[in-house]
Write a protein that binds this ligand. Structure first.
Ligand code: FNR
Length: 183
């Protein structure tokens, strides 16, 4: 069986290091995983007033989450937490009440930062929300990718060999995590 993995990137900018890392990891995914990037750039802000008549992009996002067997999150760190766009996507996917689309999907969390603390704060804030939406998140290996501005060439390709090796190891562990925990 092929497991569908929805990839969610918490940065909207074109040259995002999180996006570049996501693309590298999607390219090195083991054969049993098929990966698809979810677009969260056009999501309107979550607002309970809209729940009765939800914007169509909320519905599309929810369907794509439901269709996935697993989730792979990439988060920048903004002021020691997750960017608002990513939190908004989690909130949209968690509703309406009693119809949480994230429910039970095994996940991985990768934080990518230009700093030395490597997005630790964002990584763990994200894990906090994932506990509540009942997403079993892989504990080990943890993925904190720091100094991201030095890891890629001008074409956005990862050039750092030890980072490449680590990301490959991570994807192999993530494959096992998905196989064990997917419904
Ligand atoms: C940052 N950045 C940042 N980095 C970090 O390690 N810890 C932090 O708390 C913050 N805070 C922060 C706030 C805001 C509003 C911005 C725009 C940036 C820097 C951040 O790591 C850097 O911009 C990354 O390049 C963002 O990830 P992408 O967009 O490259 O994926």
């Amino acid at each position: 069986k092929k497991y569908k993995i929805a990839v969610i990137v918490g940065s909207l900018r074109k040259e995002s290091f999180n996006l570049k890392t996501a693309k590298e990891m999607m390219a090195m995914a083991p054969d049993s995983l098929s990966t698809e990037l979810l677009d969260i750039s056009g999501l309107s802000w979550f607002n309970e007033d809209l729940e009765e008549n939800p914007p169509k992009e909320w519905v599309t996002l929810r369907e794509k989450i439901q269709d996935a067997d697993g989730l792979l999150f990439f988060t920048p760190e903004y002021n020691r937490s997750v960017p608002g766009v990513l939190k908004n996507a989690i909130d949209v996917g968690s509703r309406p009440y009693g119809e949480n689309s994230w429910d039970g999907k095994p996940a991985g969390v990768v934080s990518v930062s230009i700093g030395a603390i490597s997005g630790f704060g964002a990584n763990h804030h994200l894990r906090q929300s994932l506990v509540f939406v009942n997403v079993p998140t892989m504990a080990q290996p943890e993925a904190y990718i720091g100094g991201a501005a030095e890891l890629f060439d001008d074409n956005g390709k990862l050039t750092n060999e030890s980072t490449k090796d680590f990301l490959k190891t991570y994807m192999e562990a993530f494959e096992k995590w998905v196989h064990t925990n997917a419904k």
